[in-house]
Design a protein around this ligand. Structure first.
Ligand SMILES: C[S@@+](CC[C@H](N)C(=O)[O-])C[C@H]1O[C@@H](n2cnc3c(N)ncnc32)[C@H](O)[C@@H]1O
Length: 279
């Protein structure tokens, strides 16, 4: 059966442009470090929610490269590419794109398991291996253990899509009785524990101490703090808010790294796109 492509809006195109620019800067920096004094250095591109490799642009109605294609076209190239997609048809499509290349690894399974069991062990700091990992889910099915492992490894930088719209619609509902139990459990797995409840509600603002949902900005700031203090990333960007036409935030795109140099490059890229989008 043929693979189905997603029609993507302007914000997804912005996300892809950001990935394109940073992947190229990252690979250039690593290549130059290898040339200077670290001949054993290898750098991996890891796409945990890879998608089928192409999308249909809502703006131009043309096919555009998805994140795996962008990574494969990056110059200088990465030493290895790891593409994971749980949808078997999409994984098959990615196999077709990779062809006989021995530097491309495709996995048709849940990325949470694959990252921990197969991919991150290939990105050990002590082996002089480094990785740029894109965590770009449709919803909140990513697990905290993955994020924390990436942070503690010190060799892995991440772009992370935090799906605030899924959280607002299904967990932090105006009427708490409408929250979906399985989604609450999913948020606990993403957050790492139940402290998201304290981060999401404020009881100090009104007379009766009834919990009131905090703003998106306050909730994301708590998440950002967690990436630093619990996962151990030294540098975590202020996120890019990716929005609908009507200006609601669909997700926040974060960058987290141990390296100030990476952070500086991403700050410039984010600022450029913030200005372009009038943020
Ligand atoms: C937002 S799309 C990825 C888009 C892609 N990063 C890009 O920018 O071109 C999310 C993809 O994740 C896949 N997916 C969903 N749950 C997954 C999981 N647990 N593990 C791996 N892939 C998953 C879906 O099949 C879908 O193709």
């Amino acid at each position: 059966m043929a693979v189905e492509y997603d029609e993507i809006g302007i914000w997804s195109e912005v996300k892809l442009a950001i990935i394109r620019e940073y992947a190229s800067a990252y690979s250039r920096i690593l290549e130059s470090q290898r040339g200077k004094s670290l001949p054993k250095l290898r750098w991996l591109y890891v796409d945990a929610y890879a998608g089928p490799g192409f999308h249909l642009s809502r703006t131009t109605k043309e096919m555009v490269d998805g994140s795996p294609q962008i990574a494969l076209k990056t110059i200088p190239p990465f030493s290895e590419y790891h593409f994971i997609d749980a949808d078997p048809k999409r994984a098959e499509q990615l196999r077709g794109i990779a062809g006989t290349r021995e530097d491309v690894y495709i996995y048709g399974a849940d990325c949470n398991q694959i990252l921990l069991d197969k991919v991150f062990p290939r990105a050990k700091y002590s082996d002089y291996h480094r990785a740029l990992c894109l965590l770009d889910p449709y919803n909140i099915n990513l697990k905290w253990e993955v994020i924390e492992t990436a942070g503690k490894m010190e060799s892995v930088e991440i772009f992370l899509n935090f799906m605030i719209m899924d959280i607002n619609r299904n967990v932090l509902t105006k009427n708490p009785d409408k929250a979906i139990q399985s989604k609450k459990e999913q948020l606990t797995r993403l957050w790492g524990d139940e402290s998201w409840i304290a981060a999401a509600y404020d009881t100090t603002g009104n007379l009766f101490g009834d919990p009131e949902k905090v703003s998106n900005e306050r909730f994301e700031a708590a998440w950002r703090e967690r990436l630093k203090t619990k996962a151990g990333f030294k540098f975590v960007s202020k996120p890019m808010p990716m929005k609908t036409k009507t200006n609601s935030v669909i997700y926040y795109l974060y960058f987290a790294s141990q390296k100030e140099a990476g952070m500086d490059v991403v700050t410039d890229i984010f600022n450029k796109y913030r200005r372009k989008q009038g943020l």
